[in-house]
Design a protein around this ligand. Structure first.
Ligand code: BGC
Length: 557
């Protein structure tokens, strides 16, 4: 949205909601969610009380990586609809006071993009330098760089006798940010969407735009005790590109959130805030899912989770701005990793924590129903290309098909991408056709339609929690003070402004756990504003499995 007067910071008190478009609502029976499906569900979103949506890529794409491989930066993929549908979505969302941010993918394009097709014609083609190349012969890669799935970052193109560089899939060549014309062309495509009326961007893979010299080997980095991913993460000089991006957006009153892979809290306090490149960042430390083990409950190690969250919240308390989240399209569902993957109380406790953290929180679609991860039983059920590559690699190296499958069964990204549960009908009301990805178990009796009618449902708890956050200055603006620093599964903290104090207590485990509040906390005059079950505040108290509550009181600044 074009800036009119002074820029407002609407995003500071806002609650975001991430929609994975392929899985939200199919309107035409092809088994894939689409823009019309979202338009048909705007009332549901307005009722939930969220302020803005982050929509994963809907650009034209061969869908090698579910839309992150873009073949036309200025068009909508026909599986999702048309530009007209998209414009209708913006205007109908705005009528309900819901803003829209979309993914902006600046690090790479699809190999089917016109620029790349031109680049393959000859080294002299003007678009050749829009991508990253090294001369060479087949079978001798320019260096040993591999990506997170263990695959080489180089692909040979015999027609021009050159190796092409790509951090992600080989069908997603990296764009050459050293080329000023490329930068200009790319940022003009961003303006194209801003001028259409969107309200911001989630900047995909933004810490990878700059690469180190290709002479440096990952092996030597590892051997000298350095992080091997530093060859293409937050490389010095990146800041110039980020400044250019910020400048391109300066005329717009928008919200930008960067996917800050490999960025430390110290760096993030400069990346965001008053003079930062973006309004907020997503930290990726929590996605390590330390201690994650499919046989344990909760599957992730809550102490490790607490350490990560407390560290980020504390470090970005005064300078910088965080976007807390518990799950997204690249991870298993939060119910699976941090909850028990089934109970209402675990889903409610997680929402209570997420919506009490400092920053601009993002709810992952379906978490408000308690959707759990899907349990895949065969490799054929999994579409995630990263998981397929990792599976083939383990199979080849270890010759053990069962092991290869167990590894990816736990980590593949499809687990958290399954369709929404709209009602109790076929395919949980997601589609009349054959869903592109199977519905996860447990939808019966827990669809949105059923939960709307049940005052004690997870959905109604989310609605209430969103309202509690929005109406409480301590929760939407206050400073963050961690409490439970012990090595246990409780996550307790304070949020405070000059006039209000919130105390958040929770037990993210399957067993009853004792907590003891510090004597610095005066126990008088607290009001319980929301809880997974009624909780009496005491110095020493027992919290049952996934019991969580928020108490508030007025204070004099
Ligand atoms: C996105 C992934 C995607 C990758 C490449 C990530 O940051 O979240 O889903 O595969 O970027 O675009």
């Amino acid at each position: 949205m074009k800036q009119e007067n002074k820029k407002s910071v609407w995003w500071k008190k806002a609650v975001g909601y991430q929609i994975y478009p392929m899985s939200f609502q199919d309107s035409n029976g092809d088994g894939i969610g689409d823009i019309r499906g979202i338009i048909n569900r705007i009332d549901y979103l307005a009722n939930l009380g969220i302020d803005f949506i982050w929509l994963n890529p809907i650009y034209k794409s061969p869908q090698i990586d579910n839309g992150y491989d873009i073949s036309d930066f200025r068009n909508i993929d026909p599986i999702f609809g048309t530009i007209n549908d998209f414009q209708e979505l913006i205007s109908k969302l705005h009528k309900k006071n819901i803003k829209l941010i979309i993914d902006l993918v600046l690090n790479h394009s699809s190999d089917q993009h016109y620029w790349f097709q031109e680049a393959l014609n000859s080294k002299d083609n003007p678009y050749h330098d829009y991508y990253i190349w090294q001369d060479g012969v087949a079978n001798t890669k320019p260096n040993d760089w591999v990506n997170w799935s263990g695959a080489s970052e180089w692909t040979y193109y015999p027609q021009i006798r050159q190796w092409n560089y790509h951090i992600f899939n080989k069908r997603m060549p990296d764009l050459n940010w050293e080329n000023g014309k490329l930068r200009k062309d790319l940022l003009l495509t961003a303006k194209f969407w801003l001028d259409m009326g969107i309200d911001g961007f989630r900047l995909d893979a933004i810490s990878h735009l700059k690469k180190m010299s290709f002479n440096i080997s990952m092996k030597s980095m590892r051997e000298s005790g350095q992080d091997p991913w530093a060859v293409h993460t937050n490389v010095p000089g990146l800041e110039n590109f980020l400044k250019e991006i910020k400048y391109a957006f300066s005329g717009y009153n928008i919200f930008t959130v960067g996917e800050a892979s490999g960025i430390t809290p110290g760096q993030a306090s400069l990346w965001t805030g008053e003079n930062g490149y973006f309004n907020a960042i997503f930290e990726l430390d929590q996605n390590r899912h330390d201690g994650y083990d499919s046989k344990k409950r909760p599957k992730g190690n809550i102490q490790a989770f607490k350490k990560v969250i407390f560290n980020w919240e504390t470090r970005l308390n005064i300078f910088g701005w965080l976007s807390p989240y518990l799950a997204n399209h690249d991870n298993p569902r939060s119910q699976q990793v941090w909850g028990d993957n089934r109970s209402d109380s675990s889903a409610k406790a997680l929402s209570l924590i997420l919506l009490s953290l400092k920053g601009t929180p993002f709810i992952y679609f379906g978490d408000e129903l308690g959707i759990g991860s899907k349990n895949f039983t065969s490799i054929e059920q999994i579409t995630d290309p990263e998981a397929q590559i990792a599976y083939q690699k383990t199979k080849q190296e270890k010759g053990n098909i069962a092991k290869a499958f167990t590894d990816i069964a736990n980590f593949n990204r499809d687990q958290g991408r399954t369709p929404f549960w709209w009602n109790e009908n076929k395919n949980a009301g997601f589609s009349d056709g054959i869903p592109w990805l199977g519905i996860s178990d447990g939808s019966q009796g827990r669809s949105a339609e059923s939960q709307i009618k049940d005052p004690n449902s997870i959905l109604n708890f989310y609605k209430k929690m969103i309202q509690v956050r929005k109406s409480s200055p301590s929760l939407n603006q206050g400073l963050f003070y961690p409490l439970s620093l012990e090595q246990d599964s409780t996550v307790n903290f304070l949020r405070q402004t000059n006039s209000q104090l919130s105390l958040v207590i929770s037990n993210l485990s399957d067993t009853t756990t004792q907590i003891e509040l510090p004597t610095s906390i005066d126990l008088d005059n607290w009001l319980q504003v929301i809880a997974t079950r009624p909780t009496r505040l005491q110095r020493k108290m027992s919290l049952g499995p996934y019991q969580a509550a928020i108490f508030m009181k007025r204070v004099n600044g």
